[in-house]
Design a protein around this ligand. Structure first.
Ligand code: SF4
Ligand code: SF4
Length: 430
């Protein structure tokens, strides 16, 4: 049965014209009136074959999800697959979905390039409009740059021109910054990282509720924390899941926990396995808001506590220690380090550390090794963590060849890309 969550938080049967079947739950954004499937397709991790995206399989997977009622597809210029997503949405699929993409602040050198990049994106998708358009991955430096470049006026302009329908932002900063950004513009929506382990991190539950109270659509990324909450489950955690009277996979618990929040509009999952798509579709039909019992929420809480116990550092991600005058992103350094120790995938976590803190951090390296031992951060940490010593541990284990090689390679790629954008901008101006 297709269901729609109304603004009052109640749920009623609902038939969506575009959906060919009714095995999906939909939620409505009060501000825009759009009705979206609670499961959105994240195109960040499409299936690969011989090191390249497997276009045939990706096409089949995404079109299958759309046929089953998914009507929201999210990508980004940084995922380097906008033309591919455009092709996947051929054969009439574009009209069945709301298309979302993002403009990366770190790629923009001057205000005029905002428009050039947006036009390139429209060309990439072979579409005349983007339904949900975001400033990508805002943190303090990205937000500062976007304000300096008058990006908010630019959003007004492209909205008035019909190039985009809804303006939003994706976010990786702290709660205070989140509220500042929410209050700075008449946003239609936001995209935040949220899962039961990150309830207090980044925008967190507080940010989610703050944005939802303003009628904004709240989209969720990383419901499985990059897959960490669903694979290589520590024995101690599995034993807690096994206590549940209703047997569910860790993925189902994680997704149901996010969908339990009435303020959540749509959860993006970067799906690339057929069985995961089917499982997520089933959960998206069944997991109604406020449907988890107190006992079930308690169980998820126990799992969260166990993960925290297993963390080597135990940083809660509150970010009270930030900003660091030397540019260290202390909370993310500790998050990567703890992830590596809990979930065990050393190479994946080292790459994520190098990319997250060495490339997509507004061009600034934010590695642990940048600490200059001024001691300022330690006076602000409510957990009283010996931050300086812990950062030594982080740099010792996380840094090396990968952190040295990846940023310059990526920067070269970005420089070439910026050069191409600059040429396009000059031609347009000429
Ligand atoms: S001690 Fe290191 S991490 Fe802490 S504020 Fe100073 S430079 Fe930054
Ligand atoms: S190191 Fe301390 S202050 Fe900084 S984010 Fe972690 S818990 Fe919060």
């Amino acid at each position: 049965m297709t269901r729609l969550l109304s603004s009052s938080g109640t749920v009623s049967p609902y038939k969506l014209h575009e959906a060919e079947n009714d095995n999906m739950q939909y939620r409505k954004i009060e501000k825009t009136g759009d009705v979206l499937s609670v499961l959105g397709y994240g195109a960040m991790r499409l299936p690969t074959k011989n090191g390249r995206t497997d276009e045939k399989r990706a096409t089949e997977q995404i079109r299958y999800a759309i046929d089953q009622g998914v009507n929201f597809i999210d990508t980004a210029i940084a995922y380097m697959n906008e033309p591919l997503v455009g092709r996947i949405l051929g054969d009439g699929y574009r009209e069945k979905v709301k298309l979302a993409t993002k403009i990366p602040p770190w790629k923009v050198n001057k205000p005029e390039e905002l428009e050039t990049i947006c036009n390139v994106q429209l060309e990439n998708f072979k579409t005349d409009h983007i339904d949900y358009y975001m400033l990508h991955g805002l943190t303090h430096p990205g937000w500062k740059k976007m304000k300096e470049f008058n990006a908010l006026k630019f959003l007004d302009q492209i909205k008035a021109e019909g190039k985009i329908k809804n303006a939003g932002f994706s976010f990786h900063g702290d709660k205070d910054l989140f509220k500042e950004i929410v209050d700075a513009y008449d946003w239609d929506f936001c995209l935040i990282q949220y899962n039961y382990l990150d309830e207090e991190n980044q925008a967190g539950r507080e940010g989610l509720e703050y944005a939802a109270a303003k009628g904004m659509g709240v989209f969720i990324m990383e419901p499985f924390r990059g897959g960490n909450l669903t694979k290589k489950i520590p024995q101690e955690v599995q034993e807690i899941w096994d206590q549940a009277p209703v047997k569910r996979t860790p993925a189902e618990w994680a997704l149901r926990w996010v969908l339990n929040h009435p303020g959540v509009t749509c959860v993006l999952s970067g799906m690339n396995e057929e069985e995961h798509i089917k499982e997520n579709l089933r959960i998206a039909d069944e997991a109604l808001p406020n449907s988890l019992t107190d006992e079930e929420l308690e169980l998820v809480g126990k799992v969260r506590d166990k993960y925290r116990e297993l963390m080597k550092i135990g940083c809660t991600g509150c970010r009270y220690c930030m900003p660091c005058p030397a540019g260290v992103d202390i909370a993310r350094c500790f998050e990567s380090y703890d992830s590596m120790h809990i979930f065990g995938d050393k190479m994946q976590n080292k790459i994520l550390y190098a990319i997250g803190l060495g490339v997509f951090h507004e061009g600034e390296i934010a590695y642990a090794s940048k600490c200059r031992k001024c001691g300022k951060c330690e006076t602000h940490c409510p957990q009283e963590l010996p931050i300086m010593d812990l950062l030594d541990d982080v740099s010792g284990e996380m840094e090396g060849v990968i952190t040295k090689v990846l940023p310059p390679v990526f920067k070269l790629y970005l420089a070439i890309d910026r050069f191409m954008i600059g040429r396009k901008t000059s031609k347009t101006e000429g």
